[in-house]
Design a protein around this ligand. Structure first.
Ligand code: SF4
Length: 455
């Protein structure tokens, strides 16, 4: 009889990808995906450390799970609870101490060892274990030990090509939780992409914490850049759309910029975080680029692909940020024009260099004001960008059912969410859609026809 596995995923697409791979690893042990944690044999919380109070949210979720574990035990069963991801990596021992109902804690680099961890947790006398903690950065490469990826659930699939980060931005925990930069070999990526396409995917998003730092080896030991990898993937039959995220401005090399000009399936949308428009703050953040260097890169990208839409990340209120620094950020946003963006108030992450800064801490009320002003500017840009599509015919990959009956939701080439009345049979297909209305963060349109993608 199959066992029920419920995975709750927090955070970025890399965690979404990791959760799917954890399910692949556990499938041979008889675990099948469940839609809810009630009655599950195993629950995994795949956590993210980027947002504020991430750890506290995990503890409150663990508190809720305690009641479900008790109900399962009363019915004569057992619910194994595991905490995975970046909070697990950063706070493993503390989680074991504070939440005795947790059976397993493991980091992002060790989930290929899950079967062994589950066996150890299950061997414990009386149905309770002393807890299994595995937050190593192992010498073996996780990807070499993962089973082949199961068929994708939808037309759009993620493919991790790179992990970890060597950039050490002062505010970021990723170098500590995900480890050093690692690029998967070219052959493994091409093989996984072929499997995804054979399983029905038509869009692939290449993932990496620093994806454009990709430097994987081919079978002859030669190093490939991301640009070269993109050109090779674009040749695969069945691939209609290719994307990559998340990029660092320092790694936007000539080859990658040229790929935006030459590769038709590379979609005209790029998430390129800048964080601040002030050189003083960029230096304090250890970003290793200036605001003007970012402007120049964007200029070259737009020369290569004039319809490229840009997205970015911003942090306001980094320690030391003056009003003039913040105005420089507003100026950069006004100069560039973003189609969408993520913006946050700075908050210290334990263990990062910025967290130790005691000078120049920006008052909470000032951070609130700055964030509101920045978000108003960004929202105006997003709405203007979206309004430019009213009346335009675009291609939409219909990915999921909408909230209303008879409605499907998909993504345009520029990553806008598009709502359209369409039959359920159109799910997973590319459709030509006439955009009728632009909303604050999405579009709605009319289905005109199905589109045959390049095969
Ligand atoms: S480049 Fe990105 S992942 Fe790496 S330290 Fe900076 S913000 Fe974190």
């Amino acid at each position: 009889m199959s066992k029920k596995l419920f995975i709750k995923t927090y955070g970025c697409q890399m965690n979404v990808y990791d959760s799917a791979r954890m399910a692949d690893v556990l499938a041979p042990l008889g675990y099948a995906a469940a839609a809810t944690p009630e009655g599950a044999d195993m629950v995994i919380l795949n956590t993210c450390h980027v947002r504020e109070k991430a750890a506290e949210k995990v503890y409150s979720e663990l508190g809720r799970l305690r009641a479900l574990q008790a109900a399962r035990a009363a019915a004569g069963g057992r619910m194994v609870v595991a905490v995975a991801g970046c909070v697990a990596q950063a706070e493993g021992a503390e989680i074991m101490r504070r939440a005795p109902n947790v059976d397993i804690v493991f980091g992002p680099q060790t989930y290929h060892r899950l079967p062994e961890m589950v066996a150890r947790a299950s061997r414990a006398a009386g149905g309770r274990s002393a807890g299994v903690l595995d937050t190593d950065f192992p010498v073996e490469a996780k990807f070499d030990f993962l089973p082949e990826q199961a068929a994708p659930q939808g037309a759009s699939a993620f493919l991790t090509v790179q992990e970890g980060c060597d950039k050490f931005c002062s505010f970021c925990v990723v170098p500590y939780t995900r480890g050093a930069e690692f690029s998967r070999p070219v052959a493994d990526i091409l093989a996984e992409a072929r499997r995804l396409l054979a399983g029905g995917a038509v869009e692939i998003t290449l993932l990496g914490q620093n994806v454009n730092a990709y430097h994987g080896e081919d079978a002859d030991g030669r190093t490939w850049s991301l640009g070269r990898l993109i050109r090779a993937l674009a040749e695969l039959p069945g691939l209609a759309r290719l994307r990559y995220t998340t990029s660092h401005p320092l790694e936007m090399d000539d080859d990658l910029i040229a790929a935006h000009r030459d590769v038709a399936v590379l979609m005209p949308f790029l998430h390129l975080p800048v964080q601040s428009g002030s050189d003083r703050i960029l230096e304090a953040m250890n970003r290793r680029h200036t605001a003007d260097r970012y402007r120049r890169i964007v200029g070259r990208l737009r020369a290569a692909r004039p319809d490229l839409a840009l997205s970015s990340d911003f942090i306001v209120g980094h320690p030391g940020e003056s009003d003039a620094d913040f105005r420089a950020t507003l100026k950069l946003v006004a100069d560039i024009g973003f189609a969408q963006a993520y913006s946050f108030k700075y908050s210290p992450r334990p263990g990062t260099p910025a967290a130790a800064l005691e000078q120049g801490v920006v008052a909470a009320a000032v951070k609130d004001e700055r964030l509101a002003e920045l978000q108003a500017l960004l929202a105006g840009q997003q709405q203007a960008f979206n309004r430019g599509f009213e009346g335009v015919r675009t291609t939409v990959l219909l990915e999921r059912a909408g909230r209303h009956p008879g409605q499907l939701v998909g993504r345009s080439p520029h990553m806008q969410a598009v709502h359209v009345a369409a039959p359920a049979a159109a799910l997973g297909t590319l459709a030509a859609v006439r955009i009728e209305r632009a909303h604050a963060v999405s579009l709605s349109g009319r289905l005109e026809s199905q589109v045959e993608h390049a095969a």
